[in-house]
Design a protein around this ligand. Structure first.
Ligand SMILES: [Zn+2]
Length: 197
């Protein structure tokens, strides 16, 4: 029986998603902790709670957050859910993490092109079927997948599409000419994929 390292211990926190088995494990740990470690003035707790100078909002984006929650600085949960439709809410944390990754890319696009309009984000199965989406659409945000359709408000759609093509290493659907948007997505395993509409 080997001991886990300090890094292994830190990794537990990194992967904590409030899943039932994780909650049970943390409760076992809590029950075994000495009382001195449970003081809310203990050094480990005050250090853990302190924020570095100049830090921005570090709240984690969660599926049950209000729709006006910012996923990143300039993109809200509402923009990924057709204005904030309950039926389009995410249901899992891994979907939120993919959404953050896509929105971080949109922030870079926004810095270059100005405001970016999202025309479609999360489409749960029933909605995806109703709009005629592919059965394996990245918009389903199935495990490891996610996508938005987007265009720049400044009218530079063609430049935006080329820029996305050059800067996004995962899925790009060239839709600017035919559909008025670029599909920017991720599929499981993060392969590089390109297609025309
Ligand atoms: Zn799309």
């Amino acid at each position: 029986m080997a001991n886990i390292s300090k890094q292994d211990f830190k990794n537990f926190f990194k992967y904590y998603k409030e899943e039932s088995q994780q909650v049970a494990g943390v409760e076992i740990l809590f029950d075994q902790m000495r009382d001195v470690l449970k003081s809310d003035e203990h050094n480990w707790i005050t250090t853990y709670r302190s924020k570095p100078e100049g830090s921005v909002n570090t709240n984690v984006f969660t599926a049950d957050a209000p729709f006006d929650t910012n996923v990143t600085a300039n993109f809200t949960y509402a923009e990924l859910t057709n204005g904030g439709e309950e039926a389009r809410r995410f249901t899992r944390q891994d979907q939120c993490e993919v959404a953050v990754e896509i929105c971080e890319f949109l922030e870079k696009a926004r810095a270059k092109f100005g405001p970016i309009k999202i025309t479609s984000g999360h489409r749960p199965p029933a909605i995806n079927a109703a709009v005629g989406g592919a059965s394996s659409s990245e918009h389903l945000f199935a495990s490891g997948c996610g996508a938005v359709d987007a265009y720049p408000s400044n009218g530079s759609g063609a430049e935006f599409e080329t820029w996305c093509d050059n800067n996004w290493p995962y899925s790009i659907g060239y839709g600017m000419s035919y559909r008025g948007f670029v599909h920017i997505g991720i599929r499981a395993g993060k392969p590089r994929v390109r297609w025309d509409y």
